[in-house]
Ligand binder design. Structure first.
Ligand code: UDP
Ligand code: MG
Length: 339
């Protein structure tokens, strides 16, 4: 085990890597001496990133360089690094140094003072971003927080410090579409914000063009909200209620002989079928929403601690992060893992 890991996904970041390596090393040394590792993931870069990583790793025993087979995208590259890192404390940063790694000391101090498991950076300001990016990000985070049941903090990227037990819960979530900042919020425990000023890129240009941003936003919305699926059922209900009134109006026209021949029957079919179709679509949406939730196979709950009593058998469905009662149960079904 290593005391601390920096985890950094890199895609076409050749121009940033030397400075990145220097600043990560300085920051990790300040807080952890020699007991740290730097985990860099090359996410199928098309520039010389991998060659530089290999050269850096040859000269630095703290550096672990991981080469993915192709570009898998930011969130999956990050997941690979989190899977393979060994630290008791883990900090995620971007390779372009927009998130200052020097904030490690402050995050660590906050984590200890607040007894937190996650300290996440909240962007007070963002330098060097286009107005379009600022506006879309602003809108996206607010829409997301309005649509989801879990409190996903706004204006927060993946820049954060986590404890091993929080990371272990995150890694127990096997879902494919990974919106990591939301998944970390889902974990629970004590999570504390730390405001910071986001710098501009050290070099190079953004690897999040509009297409990737839209895909990312869709992943986030669909992973954490089934509100869009419920749209049809709400529309169906509203239409059913409305169709009662419309039917009265149609029949009134028919009875008073003011409607054209054939109009009444056609309108009745349109209104009634429309309402039924919407309703059935909505019903399917409800099932698909539940299927989707099931298919994510997340742990059902996360236990933070158990105090008192005999050691419990290990729950099969949930995730136990820590316990304060860990006596061995003789011949039992296994005990809670202690850390
Ligand atoms: N990144 C990655 N794979 C990708 C796109 C981006 O690993 O397909 C990394 C990138 O190297 C950087 C981080 O994800 O470390 C954030 O990307 P970027 O800085 O381009 O996004 P922005 O800050 O502009 O949102
Ligand atoms: Mg960036």
């Amino acid at each position: 085990m290593t005391a601390f890991s920096f985890v950094v996904p890199c895609f076409n970041e050749a121009q940033c890597l030397l400075l990145l390596h220097q600043r990560l090393t300085d920051s990790a040394r300040t807080s952890f001496g020699e007991d740290y590792e730097l985990v860099l993931i090359n996410d199928g870069s098309r520039d010389t990133s991998w060659a530089i990583m290999e050269a850096l790793a040859a000269g630095d025993p703290h550096l672990v360089a991981i080469n993915l087979s192709r570009n898998h995208g930011h969130q999956l590259a990050l997941t690979a690094g989190l899977d393979l890192c060994h630290g008791d404390y883990i900090m995620i940063v971007d390779a372009d140094l927009q998130d200052p790694p020097e904030l490690l000391a402050e995050m660590l101090a906050t984590m200890r003072a607040e007894q937190a498991d996650v300290v996440y950076g909240v962007r007070r300001s963002r330098a060097g971003e286009t107005r379009f990016k600022l506006a879309t990000a602003h809108g996206f985070y607010r829409l997301l927080s309005a649509m989801t049941e879990i409190d996903i903090p706004v204006d927060t990227g993946d820049f954060r410090l986590m404890t091993r037990r929080a990371l272990d819960v995150l890694l127990a979530m096997p879902e494919q579409a990974r919106f990591i900042r939301g998944m970390v919020a889902w974990i629970g425990f004590r999570q504390v914000p730390l405001p910071y000023d986001r710098a501009g890129r050290a070099a190079g240009e953004t690897n999040y063009p509009l297409g990737k941003m839209i895909r990312f936003a869709l992943d986030a919305l669909t992973s954490f909200s089934s509100a869009p699926l419920k749209l049809a059922s709400h529309a169906g209900l509203a239409l059913s209620a409305g169709s009662g009134l419309i039917i009265c109006y149609i029949l009134f026209g028919w009875l008073t002989g003011r409607s054209n021949p054939g109009w009444t029957s056609v309108m009745l079919v349109v209104v009634v079928l429309g309402a039924i179709q919407m309703f059935v679509l909505g019903l399917m949406g409800e099932y698909i929403g539940r299927l989707y939730t099931e298919s994510k196979q997340r742990p059902l709950y996360v236990v933070q601690a158990v105090t008192g009593g005999e050691a419990r058998p290990r729950p099969r469905l949930g995730q136990v992060a820590e316990t304060t009662a860990t006596s061995e149960s003789p011949g039992g079904n296994g005990t809670l893992p202690s850390r």
